[in-house]
Structure formats: C-alpha cells, structure tokens
Design a protein around this ligand. Structure first.
Ligand code: NAD
Length: 283
C-alpha cells in the first residue's frame, strides 16, 4: 500500500503555479483574486486566511472584502458587479456559507463566469458537463491531479463515487467520465452500496460520515480517495474511510488530514492563473 500525499502534491503544483504567475508578470499581467467574506464565522475566517496565504505563496495578488453580518443580498451583488467590471481582478469568490438573509444562488449566479474560480456558476457547470470547461471545480480537479501525479491510470477503469453533492460528487463523476473511466455515482438512496463499491478500481468517497467505508466494501488493490473531513469521537480530524481497516487492502490511498484537503486550495490558485490568462488572451 502506498500513501498519496496531498501536501507533497500541493508543493509540486505550487511550484508550477509560481512559475506560471512569474511568466504572466513578465507579460505585464498580475493575477489577482478577490475574496469576499460576509460575517464572522470562525471557520470561514480560517479558510479565507488560508486562501490569502496560498496567494502570497504563489505570487497572486489577493484582495479581501470583509462585509458585516447584516449585509443584504443587494449590497453583496453590488460589490460583485463592481468586481466583475474591474479588469484588474481575475478571480472572485464568496466564502460560503453566507448569512441566511442572503440569497446564495443569486450571489453565485452574479459572479461573472470568466472570474468564477470556484466553478459554481451554471455556465461553468454546463461547460464542464459538455467537456468544454476552462475553470474546473477545485476539489474534484484536485483529486484528478492527485491520481495523475500518483501515476494512477484512469482510462478504462471502473470508478465509483460515493456522494452526489454539486461541489464534489457530481463534478467528480463527470471528470472521471471525461477521463474515460466507467463511472457509477452512489448516494444516500443507493441500495446495497458495498456490492457497487466492491467493483471499483478507483473509489472516491465524499459523504461526511466517519468510517462509512470499511474493508468489506473495497476491492483488493483498489485506489481509495477520501474527500470527507470529519471529527471523530476524540475530536480528531478523520475522513469517511476507516483508514486502518481499509489501507492494507488498497494499492494507494489518501490520508485525512494531508490528503485531498490541501489540493482544493491548490486548484483554486490554478483556476485564478487560468482566469488571468484567459482574460488577457494568453495561451
Ligand atoms: P454533502 O454534504 O453536500 O452531501 C453528502 C452526500 O453524501 C450526498 O450526496 C448524500 O446523498 C450522500 N450520502 C449521505 N449518506 C450516505 C450514505 N450512507 N451512503 C452513500 N451516500 C450517502 O457533500 P460534500 O459537500 O461533497 O461533502 C462531503 C464531505 O467532504 C464532508 O465531510 C466535507 O467536509 C468534505 N469536503 C472536503 C473537501 C476537501 O477539500 N477535502 C471539499 C468539500 C467537501
């Protein structure tokens, strides 16, 4: 069994992105990401700080817009429209969740698709399903990157995704299909889950339930990717996969923490560079 190390793949990818940013700067383009945070949710604050740090790390300029808890949808949409119109801003994201008075869908729909580095806009989701994506959903793109760096062949393989969320499970299924895997997406209403997961050469789990995946659900030699981020009974971070039970049966597996987690922010940086390139017609 081999561990797929998200921190190492993040480092490798950050180096490539740093080079890409440097070559854009030589052409007079300074990639810039605008991050909006509404209210004072402590977890959101940590995520936003991490995004700013990642920008610094690769040389992307970051702008933060911290709005008060009582911000209205109209006020937030006004800011987004201003950022959409600002040519010096290449990427825009609004940290979720937003306070309940705000119409989240209106927010996501208002961010210009060209600047939608989270890839939540319906136009970008549509492009993804048509195989015409420019910006990719960060977490599933991070999983594909991990599989590629780890040398896992995807084409022709049987891939099973557990979870069908709009941000991970669904786009993950599409991206694996795009790479010529034969894909099954399972969810909370799936019957006899283990009979399906046992067929997987590549098993991706994105549910949010500790120890959902046990060794009796995994084919010998499978590659297992654990997207889940949970706290166990002792308050320690864990994934959806019962790691100690499953790992001995895998050819490769991602740990939690230190697996998929670091890749999401990495691919956000990559999307920001792609957006800057596209907006400046640079190949
Ligand atoms: P979600 O919470 O929106 O939905 C969970 C999905 O799991 C649903 O599609 C549901 O049908 C399915 N499900 C629930 N119970 C199930 C069961 N018993 N069997 C099979 N399927 C079941 O999903 P999400 O937003 O993809 O988040 C899932 C987990 O991934 C969470 O722990 C979240 O914190 C984590 N996550 C991690 C990253 C990362 O960067 N590593 C990014 C996003 C989400």
């Amino acid at each position: 069994m081999e561990l797929i190390n998200g921190k190492e793949i993040q480092e490798l990818t950050f180096k490539e992105i740093t080079n890409d940013v440097a070559s854009l700067r030589e052409k007079g383009v300074e990639p810039c990401l605008a991050v909006i945070i509404v209210g004072s949710d402590p977890a959101s604050r940590v995520y936003v700080n991490n995004k700013k740090k990642a920008c610094e790390r690769v040389g992307i300029k970051s702008l933060e817009y911290a709005l008060p808890e009582e911000t209205t949808t109209d006020e937030l949409l006004d800011l987004i429209r201003k950022l959409n119109a600002d040519d010096s801003v290449n990427g825009i994201l609004c940290q979720l969740p937003v306070p309940k008075q705000i119409n989240k869908q209106a927010v996501l729909d208002t961010i210009s698709p060209e600047k939608d580095v989270d890839c939540f806009h319906p136009v970008n989701v549509g492009k993804l399903s048509l195989g015409r994506a420019e910006l990719l959903p960060c977490t599933p793109a991070g999983v594909i990157r991990m599989l590629d760096v780890a040398g896992v062949e995807i084409e022709g393989k049987r891939a099973v995704v557990i979870g069908r969320s709009d941000i991970v499970g669904k786009p993950m299924g599409i991206m694996l299909m795009e790479r010529n895997a034969t894909v099954t997406v399972c969810h909370s209403k799936t019957r006899d889950l283990s009979s399906i997961t046992k067929q997987a050469d590549i098993l991706v789990c994105t549910v949010g339930k500790p120890k959902l995946v046990t060794s009796d659900m995994v084919k010998e030699g499978a590659v297992v990717i654990d997207v889940g981020i949970n706290r166990n009974g002792e308050g320690k971070l864990c994934g959806d996969v019962d790691f100690d039970d499953v790992a001995p049966h895998c050819s490769k597996i991602t740990p939690v923490p230190g697996g998929v987690g670091p890749m999401t922010i990495t691919m956000l940086m990559k999307n920001t560079v792609t957006a800057a390139r596209n907006q400046n017609n640079i190949k």
